[in-house]
Design a protein around this ligand. Structure first.
Ligand SMILES: Cc1cc2nc3c(=O)[nH]c(=O)nc-3n(C[C@H](O)[C@H](O)[C@H](O)COP(=O)(O)OP(=O)(O)OC[C@H]3O[C@@H](n4cnc5c(N)ncnc54)[C@H](O)[C@@H]3O)c2cc1C
Length: 339
């Protein structure tokens, strides 16, 4: 185990925030995880687990140990004519994993193309896009319990997936290091999801005769490239806030003042309102203060134009949160992990 001191974390977070870690190490296997968590380097200071740093806002230097998860590997666990079950190391890049599956014609993750980050972080917030979520394909999550160093397996059900939520953000928060995920994908009779109009239209625009695993993946990549800022160009962590759900009665009242207010049915009696719309109505879209701001085309995406401070971004997020509360009496909560 090699622990480095005073490491600049700017290459390790997609906001590109300059913050230093007092100590930094990488783990490449389950046994390395087990050895690390029993060592003083781990037990005697606070710890931050890191995948691709694409859902992270560093508001200050990290006065502890950053552990970058680099457990690689992919294997077919079992296979029939209809289905393939695959296990991926937590450090595998999510989008590369998606392309690996799409190239083989395996269905299930195509709508999740081009989401940054690692396989191991994907179940944390039950990543989702274009009508598909992690919970739709995951069989189990392998994780090492920090207290005992033992390996646990969480079934899909025990992961308690919800909208951008899982047991790993709730009861099991900070208790486990995810080391692998297992996914079940279809080899034929795919349950293709083209519920989003933009995906259907883009498939046609790209010249595909109809939806397929590859067509959907290509369409999603195309849409995302045209819509979302590339973190390699402008620092960001995707959607900063989760979309709030409000009681149907509150939504009806909102529509009286704002007939165009978008809303989508959520759990019983609740309506999901796009946080981006709320933020835009508060006048934040495109606002820039110094090196940070709100993206000009995506009100939900906070950006670091270069040299921005993490704490300034956090203060901006709090201001946005307050203004949405004042204008609409709706609470919006960060999707991004703020450290
Ligand atoms: C441009 C852009 C677009 C995005 N679009 C989407 C989208 O469409 N849908 C979506 O859901 N998300 C989206 N995201 C958010 C992000 O890509 C996902 O949340 C992703 O799963 C984060 O992976 P990561 O490896 O970068 O995690 P990190 O940012 O490194 O970590 C996220 C959290 O998980 C913890 N963690 C990381 N790895 C492990 C592990 N192995 N074990 C235990 N804890 C761990 C970290 O401590 C942290 O709390 C987007 C981000 C960007 C920058």
């Amino acid at each position: 185990m090699h622990v480095q001191q005073n490491i600049d974390l700017s290459p390790y977070n997609t906001f590109g925030i300059q913050a230093s870690a007092k100590a930094f190490t990488t783990v490449r296997s389950v046994s390395e995880v087990q050895a690390l968590i029993q060592s003083p380097a781990f037990t005697q200071q606070k710890v931050l687990l890191l995948g691709g740093g694409s859902n992270l806002l560093l508001t200050q230097d990290f006065n502890g140990l950053v552990v970058k998860i680099e457990i690689m590997g992919k294997e077919i666990v079992r296979e029939t004519d209809d289905q393939v079950v695959l296990k991926f190391g937590a450090g595998e890049n999510w989008h590369a994993l998606v392309l690996y599956c799409v190239e083989r014609g395996w269905g299930g993750v195509e709508n999740l193309s081009l989401i940054p980050g690692t396989a191991g972080a994907a179940p944390m917030q039950n990543i989702g896009a274009y009508g598909t979520e992690m919970k739709d394909v995951i069989v189990e999550v392998e994780a090492v319990e920090i207290r005992t160093a033992s390996v646990h397996t969480f079934s899909n059900e025990t992961c308690a997936f919800g909208y951008r939520d899982s047991i790993f953000k709730q009861q099991a928060k900070g208790l486990y290091i995810i080391t692998a995920i297992t996914l079940a994908l279809t080899k034929r009779n795919h349950a293709l999801n083209i519920s989003y109009g933009a995906v259907r239209e883009t498939i046609t625009a790209l010249g595909y005769a109809g939806p397929s695993v590859k067509a959907i993946s290509d369409a999603v990549i195309h849409i995302r490239r045209s819509k979302l800022p590339d973190p390699a160009v402008i620092g960001n962590a995707g959607s900063f806030f989760k979309n709030p759900t409000i009681p149907a009665a509150q939504y009806a009242a909102l529509q009286q003042y704002y007939p165009a207010a978008p809303g989508y049915p959520a759990e019983e009696g609740m309506v999901k309102v796009p946080a981006g719309w709320l933020i835009e109505q508060c006048g934040w879209k495109g606002k820039r203060t110094g090196n940070i701001g709100v993206h000009q085309h995506q009100a939900l995406v906070l950006v670091n134009y270069g040299g921005g401070k993490g704490n300034d971004l956090w203060q901006l997020a709090l201001q946005i949160q307050r203004s949405v509360k004042e204008k609409f009496n709706i609470d919006i909560h960060p999707e991004v992990n703020v450290v």
